[in-house]
Write a new protein. Sequence first.
Lengths: 126, 151
Amino acid sequence: MTTEPGAAEDVLTALADPTRRLILERLSRRGDATATVLAEELPVSRQAVVKHLAVLDHAGLVTARRDGRERRYQVRPDRLAATARWMNEVAAQWSSRLSVIKRLAETDVPGTPEPRSHVGQGEPTE
Amino acid sequence: MSQDRIEQEIVIDASPERVWAVLTEPEHVGQWFGQGKPAPIDLRPGGVMHLDHGEHGEFPTVIVDVDPPRAFSYRWASGYPGETATETNSTLVEFTLAAEGAGTRLKVVESGFTTRTNPADPSPDASYESHTTGWTGVLAELKKRSEKLAA
């Protein structure tokens, strides 16, 4: 399974805000909660919590279901897990690019001064 | 936002000058960051380096810093093939080179995955930062959990 970079960016952008991380943390601890309950626990207004939940919802990080007059939210871990995998893939790509840079830099190049490493001529230089 | 980054490094048995050449010369860039053909580079801050990523498209990256043989950075709109990198559509890729013994320690940092503008975003509450886990911590935690689930 791969994650579209755009989807991963939505997740990372959603996670960039400390209040939203706090909301995710509270939701994951409680299992689920309404905006009203979250606002009572956090130093922000209910209105702000609702906006933050909308961003989290858009990024696929929470789901909501109706509960009477309110909506109860809970964490959706799959999108977060996919983003973590995507970040690991990006890191792995850099790792492989660095390996190519290393190989290129350590390879002898015609027309450049004699490098430290040797080209195999049948005689080890060590 | 400082944790919004990917870092990798490698030690290379070649001088910083040599590594710098591989990092910035068109024929080498085409090898490590393209399809093999030389990558056109206007090597100056604000200059464009054209990266050909084959089926993924072409990426006109914008060079930010050129400080031979110590630092090289550019903006890369990896999510937007064909578009010139700007502050809002791209990540920042920073290479730093440091002499280590007879070789070079080369570090790369890609950052800015979260700087894309989000119109639905309420104003940030930066003052609560110190009380919360950074998102990399959140990701690490969830990765652990998801690996447990997958096992």
